[in-house]
Ligand binder design. Structure first.
Ligand SMILES: [Zn+2]
Length: 244
């Protein structure tokens, strides 16, 4: 789980340092993974985080690195340390407001562009290998396999009225897409990107996320048909999708 430098997470198959120039440092990993957990609703503002030792084991980095990263996040106002019997490290109750102040348009745009490249590459990489249908069978049939879970997410997004759940499902879609097209190591890599994005400014408005969900549906249809160019177009359209 922990490499010689004790710096990188429990990645398998892919060395993310090759993909991104370098992998995240331990502190960046802690930040991005906590941000991702808040986005995915596994911890909420005001909730107590697991102990540093537990986080260290989950992330495959040293406990001292986790403690330092948590301390830095406390100083930034993202986390809140409370002493005493009911003490521990908590997600700040005003998490969203603190994140909104951290807005960095340039870094957000760079990460967004990189994520787009990753997904275009994954679509090309997986083109023609995901269909699973027998000849004559309609897309979405019983052998559709890796895309079924993604279709279910698109449907859930269409049905929810809760903005937080909409954002959670939007993020989950892209994590699961990375997994379906690239495997577990690429999911970890996408988690790094998406977690960092969560900290660079306010989340997209519900109307934008709904518009993006149409691109998700188009993408899955094209992937099921094995149509690479239209699938790549759907990935690109997602980036600019907005309410019309
Ligand atoms: Zn999306």
């Amino acid at each position: 789980m922990v490499n010689a430098a004790g710096k990188f997470g429990p990645y398998t198959g892919w060395d993310t340092r090759v993909l991104a120039g370098r992998g995240p440092t331990g502190a960046e990993l802690v930040r991005s993974r906590i941000a991702l957990r808040v986005r995915l609703g596994s911890v909420a503002p005001g909730d107590r985080l697991p102990d540093a030792g537990v986080l260290a084991e989950e992330l495959g980095i040293s406990e001292i690195t986790v403690r330092r990263a948590l301390e830095a996040m406390c100083q930034d106002g993202l986390l809140d340390r409370r002493r005493g019997r009911a003490g521990g490290t908590f997600v700040a109750t005003d998490w969203d407001a603190v994140v909104a102040v951290m807005y960095d348009a340039e870094e957000a745009a760079a990460l967004d562009a990189f994520h787009l490249l990753l997904e275009c590459g994954l679509v090309a990489h997986a083109a023609g290998e995901l269909t699973g249908e027998l000849p004559g069978e309609l897309p979405g049939g019983p052998l559709d396999g890796p895309l079924d879970g993604l279709r279910a997410l698109v449907q859930e997004m269409d049905l929810t009225d809760d903005p937080a759940q909409l954002l959670e499902l939007e993020t989950r879609f892209h994590l699961d897409l990375a997994q379906a097209l690239g495997g577990a190591g690429i999911r970890e890599f996408a988690a790094d990107l998406l977690g960092r994005q969560c900290l660079l400014g306010p989340a997209p408005a519900p109307a934008h996320v709904r518009a993006r969900n149409r691109c998700h549906a188009d993408l899955l249809d094209e992937l099921a048909r094995g149509a690479m160019d239209p699938a790549v177009r759907a990935v690109k359209a997602h980036r600019h999708a907005g309410p019309r």
